[in-house]
Design a protein around this ligand. Structure first.
Ligand SMILES: Nc1ncnc2c1ncn2[C@@H]1O[C@H](COP(=O)(O)OP(=O)(O)OP(=O)(O)O)[C@@H](O)[C@H]1O
Length: 648
């Protein structure tokens, strides 16, 4: 009796909870409801929803074994179909190939992956156009951590949505999605990174990733483990929304681990995978019947999802017999009515797909202009930089501190004396080195840190590699203009360099150029190796070449011929020479305090320049050489970034 009463109470609580979730999270599909009746005489996935069909698909990847590249097959000749209005659970043990199959179906495979077989969207082979039709929620959440939820969604809306949608409509859409996902209360919360105290919880991040994919209202949505790491309430919320989206005529494919019974029951279709093969595909209810025919009966008290995974799991110690069992069930499935049902849909899609048809892909969609994407990316990276006090404040304070110290050390320098020559060249070297090594090392982590976000967004078709590269360097540019100016303003006037506005102006210009060439060099190194420690390992020996060829430590004309050419790569040399020219040009009155001691004296600026193997005639050459180096470093850096998009 007590047990029955308890069950009644529990089921009441469950009903109440579900009603609560449904009332809070009712997905509004009035804007995007799709008629799921296929006409086959036109190609209109936006109106008719998406039927995804694949036939004999195999996926392999290149791996290195014993120093040689070999092909590793992950997916073995699978076929299947998913119709509009279906919420599909893609399940299987870890390593079964779920994510690999899903990324192949979504046309988001990595550069090292090879796909054989045919995959069709409403009868048309998949291609890059799929980025306009699909959303892809990845297993790992990747965000720019310093942005708030609202900022993240605003940037994404401005990158993804039709350019004709007004700002107000975008805001309305963002708020409506965030409301559906219960994120409206933390609109202005910083997303946060690992180990940050003021950050979104794991569940909130998952919901934010889901919200990002809902922005474009895609007719097909791929979700890789959207509920992993979530509490059962949050997991229920997400799957409820997916279910409602499916009811609106969308196609949703979702890999999922250990769903609770009620979550599992919300899926309309199940694809079970093991060892890169499809072991069952059909209705969720039919799975238990099929497995019963194979000798696996699910106890009534058991979670069906757990039961199915357990039935096809590889038992440690008896891997071979587990594999044989999987192959046996696979074989039985292939000749079952369930497989025939799927096969009919696949064949129909492939047959109809061969017929000529009119394509109507997004004729009414206007993509955001590239310069608008550039603007929003610069906005995002600039926010990231300014929100990171450890980088900005410390860097500015460090610059000011060094400038004041240097200025005070050289305070009252009388340049036009024999000892003053050394002081002036010393100050110039500090100007150049401070504006070389600081920016060069500061940028080393900029690109490697964001590679994962970049590659993901690039593959989603949000922007191209050039727009990303340009946005990155333009967002860094203000720092590399303001910091050298700050340094020069303090250090120049304190240290008693040539007191002329012209000389100061040119010094500031060359200092800015130096900082930008140095940062370009750092960016190039970090893109070539894409790892801060490796880039640093190569950069340190390069620093020595730069230092030696600056002209201060060795007479440049005495460099051995084997290394003589390195000076032409050294912007330290160009910067030292041009800044020295600014200080010594037209100087004719250097005091010779050593005269009484009968020591040699330098009498004018030309002699000073000759002492360091510099020439007044080289001023314009030096500036151009630095501009050429700047362009070359950025070009090489960009080529390596572009290469990454092809090779990963
Ligand atoms: N790029 C790759 N190089 C080498 N092996 C890979 C690569 N990608 C996937 N694999 C291997 O392919 C198999 C399937 O991987 P996949 O990520 O698709 O599994 P999964 O079913 O999604 O697992 P999980 O549920 O743990 O995410 C795994 O054994 C994995 O190690």
């Amino acid at each position: 009796m007590e047990g029955t009463a308890l069950t009644v109470v529990n089921s009441d609580i469950v009903d109440e909870l579900e009603a609560d979730i449904n009332s809070q999270n009712s997905f509004d599909c009035s804007v995007s409801v799709r008629n799921t009746t296929r006409t086959y005489n036109r190609w209109s996935p936006l109106e008719e929803g998406i039927t995804l069909a694949w036939n004999d698909v195999s996926v392999s990847t290149k791996i290195k074994s014993n120093g040689k590249f070999i092909h590793k097959r992950i997916i073995n000749g699978v076929s299947g179909a998913v119709k509009p209005g279906t919420l599909v659970a893609l399940m299987g043990a870890s390593g079964a190939g779920k994510s690999t199959l899903m990324s192949a179906l979504a046309y988001r495979q990595s550069g090292t992956t090879e796909i054989e077989g045919d995959i069709l969207i409403n009868g048309r082979p998949i291609g890059s156009y799929l980025k306009y039709l699909s959303g892809y929620m990845h297993q790992e959440d990747l965000f720019v951590p310093t942005l708030t939820i609202l900022e993240h969604m605003t940037v994404m809306a401005n990158l993804k949505l039709d350019r004709r949608i007004s700002k107000a409509d975008k805001e309305k859409k963002i708020r409506s999605i965030l409301k559906d996902l219960g994120l409206l209360d933390c609109l202005n919360t910083i997303i946060g990174g690992i180990g940050q105290s003021k950050a979104l919880s794991g569940g909130e991040k998952k919901r934010l990733a889901f919200a990002t994919e809902l922005l474009t209202d895609p007719p097909i949505l791929f979700c890789d483990e959207p509920t992993t790491g979530l509490d059962s309430y949050s997991a229920h919320t997400i799957v409820t929304i997916m279910n409602q989206m499916a009811c609106c005529g969308n196609t949703i494919l979702c890999t999922i681990h250990q769903p609770t019974s009620d979550i599992f029951a919300m899926f309309t279709q199940l694809i079970l995978m093991a060892e890169g093969m499809i072991i069952y595909m059909g209705s969720t209810a039919g799975a238990l019947d099929f497995f019963q025919t194979q000798g696996y009966t699910c106890p009534s008290s058991y979670n069906p999802a757990d039961f199915l995974i357990k039935a096809i799991a590889t038992t440690p110690g008896s891997e071979e017999s587990s594999k044989q069992t999987i192959r046996r069930i696979c074989h039985h499935f292939a000749i079952s009515d369930y497989a025939k049902e799927v096969d009919v849909v696949v064949q129909y899609e492939f047959h109809m797909g061969r017929a000529p048809r009119k394509f109507e892909l997004r004729k009414d969609f206007k993509e955001v202009f590239w310069w608008s994407k550039l603007y929003w990316l610069i906005y995002r990276w600039t926010l990231e930089a300014w929100r990171n006090p450890s980088i900005q404040t410390v860097r500015v304070l460090q610059r000011v501190g060094v400038a004041v110290i240097i200025g005070l050390c050289y305070l009252g320098t009388n340049a036009y004396t024999q000892s003053g020559i050394q002081s002036v060249e010393g100050i110039i070297f500090i100007f150049v080195s401070e504006n070389t090594f600081n920016p060069m090392y500061a940028v080393l982590s900029e690109f490697p840190e964001d590679t994962a976000i970049f590659l993901r967004e690039y593959r989603s078709g949000l922007y191209n590699s050039f727009t990303y590269y340009l946005s990155r360097i333009l967002s860094l540019l203000p720092g590399f203009i303001i910091e050298p100016i700050l340094f020069a303003v303090i250090a120049y006037w304190l240290s008693g360099l040539r007191p002329s506005v012209d000389a100061f102006f040119y010094t500031v210009l060359i200092t800015i150029l130096t900082a930008n060439v140095a940062s370009a060099c750092g960016i190039m190194f970090s893109n070539v190796w894409n790892s801060v420690p490796t880039a640093m390992a190569y950069l340190v020996p390069f620093d020595y070449i730069l230092m030696v060829t600056s002209g201060l430590f060795i007479k440049l004309s005495t460099l051995p011929s084997v290394v003589n050419w390195t000076k032409y790569l050294s912007w330290l040399m160009y910067a030292m020479e041009s800044l020295s020219i600014i200080q010594w040009r037209d100087v004719s009155n250097i005091t010779c305090e050593n005269e009484k001691l009968d020591l040699p004296c330098i009498r004018n600026g030309t002699e000073v320049l000759e002492k360091y193997d510099f020439s007044e005639d080289h001023f314009v050459r030096d500036i151009w050489a630095m501009i050429v180096l700047l362009i070359c470093f950025h070009t090489i850096g960009y080529i390596f970034l572009w290469w990454k998009t092809k090779s990963r």
